[in-house]
Design a protein around this ligand. Structure first.
Ligand SMILES: Cc1cc2nc3c(=O)[nH]c(=O)nc-3n(C[C@H](O)[C@H](O)[C@H](O)COP(=O)(O)OP(=O)(O)OC[C@H]3O[C@@H](n4cnc5c(N)ncnc54)[C@H](O)[C@@H]3O)c2cc1C
Length: 303
């Protein structure tokens, strides 16, 4: 029996539902990617732990996926098990704190904070990822980021199945960086945010302002993974791409957005290969023109 068949058998025995050859186009904001051999959406932390650890044990590489808004899956697909956190979407308030499951959306977390008149999360409104993905990436916008409001996160150590609570100061947060990037064996299950008392109308006005600015500047009408490149210290990457005359440049169905040069959009039928070729073109041109090596923020998933 091959490893995938063995994993299916174990998942059946554990009564954990899964699908086979699941298209990653349907689980990513880029709408790109071939099939994952196994796709699991565990209903709770116990199922997630069992699915992840069984896959690892059997040599089927597990990949944790939130809302898939910062990843680019390969056209060949993924030969392992994609494990989604989306069903871990609990949320509750306790005093000045909000705790939520890793699969909860950042936008609805911001809305929940608004309804509770708790301030500090307006920046998250409009970021289309999950809370787990947000902690992993230290997501941020409009002068706010996860690291400013996170109190702690709880993770599953998949090497032994134990749970741990990591205080914010041990996340080694940096620009689009947390220590989780160095620990692929850790799956974020929960996050707790420490917020401040706010005025409903002030918080709402700020959130509305951020959303208006997003809609005006970002090509939200097309599938994408947001800004493809990291900011280069002291420079706006999108501005460099624009100045290099690359707005509208395209390869196959992938194009540099005319509205925001930091975004690569899927104009229809783009493949991972199209996007990677376009990324290479952009990097080469930026290096030729500015002598700067820009780095990708979007994560290419293959294997
Ligand atoms: C239109 C658009 C606008 C965007 N705007 C912004 C913005 O303003 N600011 C910003 O920072 N980002 C932005 N993004 C990018 C993206 O939304 C963020 O990076 C977000 O934090 C990713 O969350 P996700 O759940 O989609 O993660 P995914 O794309 O699913 O995963 C990203 C990485 O996190 C890992 N991961 C996810 N969940 C977990 C978990 N529970 N435990 C361990 N690892 C995990 C995955 O393995 C992967 O390596 C934008 C994207 C789009 C499409």
């Amino acid at each position: 029996m091959d490893r995938i068949e063995q994993l299916k058998k174990v998942l059946d025995e554990l009564a954990i539902s899964y699908s086979e050859n699941e298209s990653m186009k349907d689980h990513t904001s880029f709408k790109i990617g071939g099939p994952a051999a196994i796709y699991v959406e565990p209903k709770n932390a116990e199922e997630l732990s069992s699915a992840f650890r069984s896959a690892s044990f059997l040599g089927v590489a597990p990949y944790v996926l939130g809302k898939g808004t910062n990843v680019l899956f390969d056209d060949e697909g993924y030969e392992g098990a994609v494990i989604s956190t989306l069903a871990l979407d609990s949320i509750e308030r306790d005093g000045m704190r909000i705790s939520c499951g890793a699969g909860h959306s950042m936008t609805s977390l911001a809305r929940f904070a608004l309804d509770e008149s708790l301030a500090g999360l307006s920046f998250a409104y409009g970021i289309p990822g999950s809370v787990g993905g947000g902690v992993y990436m230290n997501a941020g916008a409009y002068n706010g980021e996860i690291s400013y409001v996170l109190e702690n996160s709880t993770y599953l150590d998949t090497s032994d199945g134990t749970l741990h609570t990591l205080p914010a100061e041990l996340h080694e947060f940096g620009y689009r960086y947390s220590s989780y990037k160095a620990h692929p064996d850790r799956v974020i299950l929960n996050a707790t945010f420490l917020l401040r008392e706010g005025e409903y109308n002030d918080i709402k006005a700020e959130m509305d302002d951020f959303m208006t600015r997003r809609k005006a500047k970002q090509p939200l009408e097309y599938p994408s993974a947001g800004s493809v490149f990291k900011r280069y210290p002291g420079r706006y990457t999108a501005q460099m791409i624009d100045e290099a005359g690359l707005k509208g440049a395209s390869v196959g169905g992938a194009a540099v957005s005319e509205k925001h040069a930091g975004f690569i959009i899927n104009k229809g039928g783009a493949t991972c290969r199209d996007v990677l070729t376009l990324i290479d073109m952009i990097k080469t041109e930026i290096f030729r023109k500015f002598g700067i090596e820009i780095e990708c923020e979007v994560i290419h998933v293959k294997g």
